[in-house]
Design a protein around this ligand. Structure first.
Ligand code: F6R
Length: 612
């Protein structure tokens, strides 16, 4: 989604803005622009890649001034043209703004301004905001911004500059993330930390309805009543290297390879030993034994891969912890009149913590009066701040648009929740808990083992990369893993793919299987091995080529029914999705690579979906 960066200080603003925009590229965008303020507003915009903007400005050297705002736009209202790119400068040339979010009542406001003689240059909802601020502007930018936002409906993070306030940026936030940071004699705004972490480690997450006045070395925040707010800065615990490729060809490959470390970080401090052995301790999330004992049902919401992590968790929570569990797409939750009974723990899974649909689902659950748990990666994000309990996934910054390590960290965190609920809620036998935890502790080593030899995955990707349609099948937890594997393949390689519960094929989809169709079977669940074996034979008989992902001890069942067989090491059945994910992510990666796709920035996709 769109990205914002802003700078005011003693340095030239343009190169800092371009650098920040480059760091935000991963969020997905189709045009970019900057305004530098030196008493007059100099604005340059370009559709396409950031390199076009860099070329037009001579890498920023052609724009002089110490204050400015920049933007990467992911088009919603109006095509991705130069004209529709941000910043949007009002007709007077006095006000320039960048905006993330959607102004829902922009048509009404546009008509209102048109009736007052204001001429518009673009098709965007955003231009309404710059023209509205300009309309109210009488030399006091803060007063004009206050009047304008009073009229806005929708979501917005805004960075605003005025020609006659050449060292000031006004930042406003409502339902769209925005941070601010101050150093000696300088100050920044950004839509996420990656844009400014090079310059500062302490950042302020603006609250909803905050207006911040940013000048060199100073930030003053006001709440919606105009009262000065004291917002505490958060220290960022990762550095710029974590958000760089570190020698890998793509962020996605780096992030896939980081999974053993991420798993160790997600588990760290949450598996403790007592006299009877290992147990899960989620007190850092506020999930004390008393809180867990009160849970009667778990209702999980999330989008995309986070939803798939929820599907894995449903099998774990019901199969192992024996707690009823429902999983709903966050985008459906609030419009489906959900029946959420007392005693329900609503779990919102989100990497970014800023996904608009997931935020809405969280607020709906809170309005329904149940406890909420955020399983979130980004510290200080909206979902983390609004939920009752927060279980951080500790995956570190994830830059590739397609998630890999953050998804696994979500699955790991939810596995811990399932084990904790099994102990404190359903009174599972200690030896059953031990069996899972003993294997969970060993899992990062097994992940390293898988990542140390990926030749079969590469072979499979080189054999199958030119297929135009792929079917994934699995049963139980393997079906949940297949859902995520299918999404991974389609989003980065643009190959059509679908995931089916193996038993469901005969009810329609098998009509699509013909000689040469690729079927990828996930077959790591021992108790369902014979069932998936039959499903593989059904498609094989009809000419399908089959790639099977199975465990070392099950592989003998599949030697005569697959074309390529990839083994993962044996582990507790509950944990297999954490291992099958690795070859499946790598298959998607190498297939996309063989197809020459833009792996880290797939077309049309955004890292953080902050609009509904
Ligand atoms: C797929 C992917 C998306 C996200 C989804 C939710 O690879 O990354 O499907 O999982 O947009 O995002 P978060 O987890 O930030 O709420």
């Amino acid at each position: 989604m769109c990205g914002i960066v802003g700078y005011t200080g003693r340095a030239q603003a343009a190169p800092i803005l371009l650098y920040g925009l480059e760091r935000l590229e991963y969020r997905g965008y189709d045009s970019a622009g900057i305004t530098v303020n030196s008493g007059t507003l100099q604005t340059v915009k370009a559709s396409g890649r950031l390199a076009n903007l860099a070329a037009l400005t001579n890498n920023g050297a052609d724009l002089h001034g110490n204050c400015g705002i920049g933007h990467t736009r992911w088009a919603t209202h109006g095509e991705p043209t130069d004209n529709n790119a941000h910043p949007h400068v009002a007709s007077s040339g006095q006000i320039s703004i960048v905006h993330n979010g959607i102004i829902e009542n922009y048509r009404k406001l546009k008509d209102w301004l048109l009736a007052r003689g204001v001429a518009f240059q673009s098709e965007t909802d955003t231009e309404v905001v710059s023209q509205l601020i300009d309309y109210y502007y009488e030399g006091d930018l803060l007063a004009a911004v206050r009047k304008a936002i009073y009229k806005l409906e929708g979501s917005y993070a805004l960075g605003i500059v005025a020609a006659d306030a050449p060292d000031t940026i006004i930042a406003v936030r409502k339902d769209s993330p925005l941070i601010a940071a101050v150093t000696d004699g300088e100050a920044f705004i950004a839509s996420d930390v990656t844009a400014i972490i090079k310059y500062c480690r302490e950042v302020i997450y603006l609250d909803d309805n905050t207006i911040a006045v940013i000048t060199p070395g100073n930030i003053t925040c006001y709440n919606k009543y105009g009262k000065v707010q004291d917002l505490t800065p958060v220290t960022i615990d990762w550095d710029i290297e974590a958000a760089q490729k570190g020698g890998y060809a793509h962020f996605m490959l780096k992030e896939i390879n980081e999974q053993p470390k991420v798993l160790r970080d997600t588990l760290a401090g949450r598996i403790v030993a007592d006299a009877a052995g290992a147990r899960v301790d989620l007190s850092d999330a506020g999930l004390t034994p008393e809180v867990l004992q009160a849970v009667r049902k778990v209702h999980i919401v999330g989008c995309g891969s986070a939803y798939h992590a929820g599907v894995v968790a449903k099998y774990q929570l019901e199969g192992f912890a024996r707690i009823p569990c429902e999983v709903t797409l966050a985008s459906e939750f609030r419009y489906s009149s959900p029946v959420v009974l007392p005693g329900t723990l609503c779990v919102v899974i989100s990497q970014s913590g800023e996904t608009s649909d997931s935020i809405a689902a969280l607020r709906e659950a809170k309005a329904l009066g149940v406890s909420t748990l955020a399983v979130v990666n980004v510290r200080g994000s909206t979902i983390a701040r609004e939920a009752d309990y927060i279980l951080y996934t500790n995956a570190g910054p994830e830059i590739a648009v397609a998630t890999s390590k953050a998804y696994s960290a979500q699955v790991a965190a939810m596995t811990l929740l399932a084990v904790a609920l099994a102990e404190f809620n359903s009174g599972a036998k200690r030896e059953n808990l031990q069996a899972v935890l003993n294997d969970l502790i060993k899992l990062p080593d097994l992940e390293e083992q898988i990542l140390s030899d990926i030749s079969l995955v590469q072979l499979a990707a080189s054999r199958y990369f030119n297929h135009s349609s792929v079917f994934f099948i699995g049963r139980g937890l393997d079906y949940a893993a297949a859902l995520e594997a299918s999404l991974k393949l389609k989003e980065i390689s643009y190959i059509h793919s679908e995931a089916y519960a193996g038993g469901e094929l005969k009810h329609g989809t098998i009509s699509l299987i013909e000689p040469g169709t690729l079927v990828i079977a996930v077959a790591a669940c021992t108790k369902l091995a014979e069932k998936i074996e039959s499903n593989i034979k059904e498609v094989k008989t009809r000419g399908a080529e089959v790639l099977t992902i199975t465990t070392s001890s099950l592989s003998k069942n599949f030697t005569d029914c697959g074309d390529i067989l990839i083994e993962i090491p044996d582990t507790h059945e509950l944990l297999t999705p954490l291992l099958t994910a690795l070859p499946l992510q790598l298959f998607a990666y190498y297939t996309a690579l063989n197809n020459g796709c833009d792996i880290d920035k797939p077309r049309n996709l955004a890292k953080s979906v902050t609009v509904e």
